[in-house]
Design a binder for this molecule. Structure first.
Ligand code: BDR
Ligand code: CA
Length: 316
């Protein structure tokens, strides 16, 4: 069983990922840490509590970074995930419980120390909490089993600019810290998430299958809103959405569905290309440019995915 801390900005596809993880027998989510991104961090924390409580799970939720490490803060784009991050739910039931008194970074460090070498950090929002945790505990990469991040892109065009993916673009400095920290790091980016298209009908069927359990109805509502956005943005997909965040958990339990390549990854920190993930695809050439020294840590980058197998695993 994989012990996981889920670092997230829920967010519709974040919610899909969380429910996939909670339903999977080989995944134990020991904590949810939240960040700004798709919504404010306050909303992300409220959503983490809400999503876990309405499916009957008392998982600790620790609130994290409200703003990027260095970049000026922006405003969450309500038209993609809704102003509330869950497709503008018409109402919410009251749920018990509150966020931990520890910050997300403190929670990550405390858990890593309590379970050295056992924790997989699955990070699917901007990476401010990982950046802060690395500053708190520079030895963190040795304590964490692996980091699987929904981040970046190598060949596929970006989704906030021609070259940048949203989670990296939202906090490029934090992302670059994560890429250079030297842990066992897997990047699940647009090169694979744009291959896995989930039809809106899938979520309707899921809600029906679970006889309209509140959690599945909530997910279905959020998913329909998300698919509406994609229908405007990418009519070629039909009424459907990309799986993005859910693929991190698919990688966790079924890495054999992905083709990967190892190489040093860095982030462009300024200018028109800011937030771009640049990968040394030669995997260890000696470049003259500072920042690309041979000894620098490598990232395992997902380049291709068996989309059909992925979808059937998600539907199980
Ligand atoms: C990523 O950005 C967010 O909008 C999604 O939740 C996902 O984590 C995709 O670029
Ligand atoms: Ca996300």
């Amino acid at each position: 069983v994989h012990k996981v801390i889920f670092d997230t900005d829920p967010g519709v596809d974040d919610a899909m990922a969380l429910y996939f993880a909670l339903a999977h027998p080989e995944i134990e989510v020991i904590g949810i840490t939240t960040t700004f991104g798709n919504v404010t961090v306050q909303q992300a924390t409220a959503n983490g509590l809400y999503l876990s409580r309405i499916c009957g799970r008392e998982i600790p939720v620790a609130g994290g970074g409200a703003v990027p490490l260095m970049k000026a803060p922006g405003t969450p784009p309500g038209f993609i995930h809704g102003d509330d991050g869950l497709g503008n739910l018409p109402s919410r039931v009251a749920v018990q419980g509150q966020a931990e008194s520890q910050s997300a970074a403190e929670f990550i460090v405390a858990m890593a120390r309590a379970y050295p070498g056992e924790i997989s950090l699955v990070a699917v929002g901007p990476f401010v909490n990982l950046g802060l945790a690395l500053k708190l505990e520079p030895e963190l990469p040795k304590l964490i089993k692996q980091v699987i991040m929904m981040a970046g892109t190598v060949i596929e065009p970006g989704n906030v600019s021609p070259v940048a993916e949203a989670n990296v673009w939202n906090d490029p400095h934090a992302a670059d810290l994560v890429f250079t920290a030297g842990w066992n790091l897997v990047m699940v980016g647009l090169d694979v998430t744009h291959r896995v298209v989930m039809p809106a009908t899938y979520f309707t069927q899921l809600a029906e299958h679970h006889q309209h359990h509140l959690a599945m109805d909530t997910l279905n509502h959020a998913a329909q809103f998300y698919c509406d956005f994609y229908l405007r943005e990418r009519p070629d997909l039909g009424h459907a959405c990309f799986g993005h965040d859910i693929l991190t958990f698919v990688y966790l339990v079924a890495p054999q569905l992905f083709q990967t390549q190892d190489g040093r990854v860095r982030v462009q920190l300024e200018g028109l290309g800011n937030g771009q993930t640049m990968m040394d695809r030669h995997g260890g050439l000696q470049y003259a440019q500072a920042g690309w020294e041979k000894h620098r840590p490598q990232t395992t980058v997902c380049m291709k995915v068996d989309a059909e197998q992925c979808l059937s695993l998600i539907k199980q």
